[in-house]
Design a protein. Sequence first.
Length: 91
Amino acid sequence: MEFDFSIFMIPIITAFCYALGYTVKKSEKIDDNWIPTIVFLTGIAIGVLSYFFKVDGFTPSSILMGVLYGGVSGFASVGINQWFKQKNKGR
């Protein structure tokens, strides 16, 4: 039975991107409009690097999977943040 590395990387990348987005938001040095782009590109970079170490090199498949998982994770971090904001808006 092969260990599926990607199952664990998606929540890890999402959590990292969420923390990065939160840090950028609190720094107030970067306009908030850039946060989704920053976390998306960071997610892609981390995803591609994680697949580089998984398959021992860059292959078209590893790059594609890294971009997909990293990009989804980066955008998911923004979605999670907005979900919490909307959920707590009525309080």
